[in-house]
Design a protein around this ligand. Structure first.
Ligand code: UDP
Ligand code: MG
Length: 319
């Protein structure tokens, strides 16, 4: 059997501090895998520069000059982690048999790759990297992240619990994935939709080796919200359910009102009227907001804008 060509896809945004450290870890890994005989010598570490404002692209370029196993593409501007990973996967899909996407900060243990490739050789087309523990995360990050997975599940979005964007995907799956044209990306919820045989590999998540996180709480909430609204219409159904419940309560309220009026006990009733108006306007605004969120998503989708634009490559195309 031919040895599979592996592309390790690594998104990088303003990572000049950590790249010179982790670069060696990735190179050692790919060389070890080649030496072990499980992957082809044509395998590559492929960086995706996500419109960095620092020296990241210069570093990637000089790495590619230094060693043939390094390659890279550069996006024309910052498009965010999900788009950067997608760009890397789409770039790699026709050049390799398997891709493994991983962050460039050394948080995900590269040693899980051996097992991922084993699982691929045993027939899995998608292998999810799952965090075995979150001890190195802060208490805050841990609880919010776990709440996030529970919320996604409640909303009917299928994700592998505690898996992020460290995973192996075969090029066969990527060919199918390329047909998913949506601009609202939430990769970890979309990959399960493609199907094919999948499995999980467990690994320890470390602390960032240098530099700092690009995911402040605001971006995390945005990702959570996008994940739910781009993969599920449950929030709209929930509005309908709330509407039904309120309609039922209102019906009882109408009977009560009529009876009170008939028996001649009707008093001015300012308090009850005001509370009902306040309550219902609140509910209505929330409902409008949820609907608006979906309309906004539809608006963005109908534009069919490119999800990323590649401005430079370290390798000149030879065909
Ligand atoms: N990243 C990116 N574009 C962005 C933000 C982040 O490509 O706009 C990359 C970043 O360089 C890193 C990965 O996405 O390789 C994860 O980011 P980070 O480590 O900052 O997030 P955290 O691990 O704290 O969730
Ligand atoms: Mg990180």
């Amino acid at each position: 059997m031919m040895k599979p060509v592996l592309y390790i896809v690594i998104p990088c945004y303003n990572e000049e501090e950590v790249l010179p450290i982790t670069e060696k870890i990735f190179l050692d890994k790919i060389e070890a895998l080649i030496k072990k005989g499980v992957i082809s010598d044509k395998s590559r570490v492929q960086f995706v520069n996500d419109g960095s404002k620092d020296k990241t692209w210069e570093i990637i370029r000089s790495l590619s000059e230094k060693n043939e196993h390094f390659t890279g593409i550069s996006l024309s501007r910052n498009r965010g982690h999900q788009n950067a990973v997608l760009a890397g996967l789409m770039e790699a899909k026709d050049k390799c048999d398997i891709t493994i996407s991983i962050d460039c900060d050394g948080q995900d243990d590269v040693n899980a790759m051996d097992q991922m490739i084993d699982e691929y050789l045993n027939g899995a087309e998608v292998v999810y990297g799952v965090r075995s523990s979150r001890e190195t995360d802060t208490f805050f990050k841990r609880t919010t992240a776990q709440g996030f997975y529970k919320l996604l599940k409640m909303m009917g979005v299928e994700v592998v619990y505690n898996s992020a964007d460290y995973r192996l995907i075969s090029s066969r799956v990527l060919q199918e994935f390329a047909k998913f044209k949506e601009v609202n990306l939430f990769l970890r919820g979309m990959v399960p939709l493609v199907g094919f045989k999948s499995t999980c590999v467990y690994y320890e998540r470390h602390e960032r080796l240098a530099g700092k996180s690009h995911y402040p709480i605001r971006k995390m909430l945005e990702l959570a919200f996008d994940g739910i609204t781009s993969l599920s219409v449950k929030p709209i159904r929930m509005i309908t359910s709330v509407g039904f419940i309120i309609a039922l309560i209102s019906f009882i309220g109408v009977i009560w009102t009529v009876i009170t009026a008939i028996t001649g006990n009707s008093v001015p009733g300012w308090a009850s009227t005001t509370s009902i108006i306040c309550f219902l306007s609140g509910i209505q605004l929330i409902a409008l907001g949820v609907l608006g969120e979906y309309i906004g998503k539809i608006y963005m989708e109908t534009k069919r804008r490119p999800r990323y634009i590649i401005s430079e490559r370290t390798e000149v195309e030879n065909d």
